[in-house]
Design a protein around this ligand. Structure first.
Ligand code: ZN
Length: 149
């Protein structure tokens, strides 16, 4: 990951070595698997939703540092959010990672802004987006498999 600035790198590595909410959520109302065949990242995302609020969220799986860190940050961000607000966060993260230079809502992104360093490494963008696509599929109640291909 040389080239990422030190702060980005430090935060990503910290999330990778100590991922937040790295556990199965039981019971859960939502469950989805996401796969990024380019890198081999595979994540299982669990969510427990009550009254349209995410009361618990966790993940399992294996993947590269970027995918783990991104998923860890996702769980911290989404925990306690209303389902109706998640789309907005997804769109903002998607814009940040796929439209370099776009104007971003930093209040909405919070710590997620740290993921923006990934845009310097186009091949890694799918690693960072994997958990977000999986989350989007979960809240859309899609039955389609999630793959970044
Ligand atoms: Zn990856």
């Amino acid at each position: 990951m040389s080239g990422l600035n030190d702060l980005y790198q430090e935060i990503l590595l910290e999330h990778n070595s100590k991922p937040r909410n790295f556990r199965v959520v039981e019971p859960h109302t939502h469950y989805k698997e996401g796969f990024n065949p380019l890198c081999g990242d595979r994540i299982l995302l669990y969510m427990d939703v009550k009254d349209d609020v995410v009361v618990d969220i966790g993940f399992q799986g294996s993947g590269c540092a970027i995918s783990r860190a991104s998923t860890s940050m996702l769980t911290e961000t989404i925990m306690g959010q209303k389902i109706e607000d998640i789309n907005q966060v997804f769109e903002e993260v998607h814009k940040m990672l796929t439209e370099p230079g776009a104007e971003l809502d930093v209040n909405l992104l919070g710590d997620l802004e740290m993921l923006s360093g990934v845009t310097d490494f186009p091949v890694r963008i799918k690693c960072a987006m994997l958990s977000w696509h999986t989350l989007k599929s979960l809240i859309d109640n899609s039955s389609e498999p999630v793959s970044t291909e």
